[in-house]
Design a protein around this ligand. Structure first.
Ligand code: X2X
Length: 339
């Protein structure tokens, strides 16, 4: 009996080796991760953190690489979701805005003045709305893994302080290539132009557009004051969560234990990024003021005027998003835990 033990061990080792090498052969030498923003934007940092955690936890088996600037889709950020669905890219950390042309439910986050604070964002992403949105993404052939956050989007411009919709009359505003944004800014009397992020700064620099909207982190790190953006209105009109996701083909090619590693790393990287983004807001605001940007905080009454002016966006978009999902979102916000 004793003599047989080494033989069994040898056989087992042989099996493991054979299994191991067959498994290893299935891994790609590199898996692509698409983002729009690179480091040091929180968005890029979230993606890099994910890469690092996956590498560590898989003992180097799974090698993800971040391709920022939506370069895998030639800078066309609203094509990112389609590329993920077709398997042209393996993974992405994408904004709900950029994926909303394909996944109409994602427009819920873009409804103006739906989410007044962070607790409201969490009430949506961490509740029934978040689950239903992940199901919608899954139905479209992409595997959603975790949430991150780009942030509350504020308005900057080169013309004047904006405290009332009238101040936006005729102002040329760069918006992301998502039709809902066109409607919001038209409702406010502005003159919106859709363009990719890559074109935004040059368009501001030449004066082709007067203003834009993005989170404070983006306004600061992209140095918007360099392109004449002197006025900032903190109107908190919407926030875009980020979604970590995988192409279905790539996902299904991976063993269960690796899927778990990748999903958990996405959740951890997302939480880490959300906390850091939220914690950095005051510091960023101070840095922007230091650069000479005039910051306008709205009173509740002033914000109400913007909310009223954009009410038509709900009428147009609730049927496209799903009336029921919009109602569920409104209820979740109304019943959220106090901050
Ligand atoms: O294009 C933008 O404004 C950006 C970088 O915020 C997004 O990709 C949504």
């Amino acid at each position: 009996m004793r003599l047989k033990a080494p033989i069994i061990v040898a056989c087992l080792a042989g099996l493991l080796l054979a299994g191991g090498s067959a498994g290893a052969a299935d891994y790609k030498s590199e898996y692509t991760v698409s983002t729009v923003l690179p480091t040091p934007f929180p968005w890029g940092e979230a993606a890099e953190r994910w890469v690092k955690l996956v590498e560590e936890r898989s003992d180097g088996r799974i090698n993800l690489k971040v391709y920022p600037g939506a370069q895998l889709v030639s800078g066309n950020q609203t094509k990112e979701f389609a590329a993920l669905r077709s398997g042209l890219i393996d993974f992405a950390v994408g904004s709900t805005i950029n994926w909303s042309p394909q996944v109409s439910e994602l427009n819920v986050f873009s409804l103006p003045f739906l989410m007044p604070d962070y607790a409201a964002i969490d009430a949506l992403t961490q509740g029934e709305v978040g689950e239903r949105i992940f199901e919608a993404i899954e139905r479209q052939g992409v595997v959603p893994l975790a949430w991150g956050e780009n942030g509350f989007r504020e308005l900057t411009n080169s013309v004047r302080p904006v405290t009332h919709p009238d101040d936006l009359e005729g102002m040329k505003i760069r918006v992301v290539g998502s039709p809902l944004f066109q409607d919001t800014f038209e409702a406010l009397g502005a003159n919106p132009t859709q363009m990719s992020w890559a074109d935004a700064k040059p368009a501001l620099a030449t004066g082709a557009v007067d203003g834009q909207e993005n989170p404070l982190s983006v306004i600061q790190i992209a140095k918007m004051w360099e392109v004449g953006q002197e006025y900032l209105t903190r109107w908190h009109y919407m926030a875009d969560p980020l979604i970590f996701a995988a192409s279905r083909g790539t996902w299904e090619s991976l063993p269960e234990k690796d899927r778990r590693i990748i999903r958990e790393a996405a959740i951890d990287a997302g939480q880490w990024e959300i906390e850091r983004s939220r914690a950095s807001v005051e510091e960023r605001l101070a840095a922007l003021r230091e650069q000479g940007i005039e910051v306008t905080e709205l009173t509740d009454a002033q914000r109400e005027a913007f909310r009223k002016a954009t009410a038509s966006v709900y009428e147009t978009w609730a049927p496209r998003i799903g009336e029921d999902l919009v109602e569920t979102a409104k209820e979740a916000v109304a019943n959220r835990d106090a901050e």
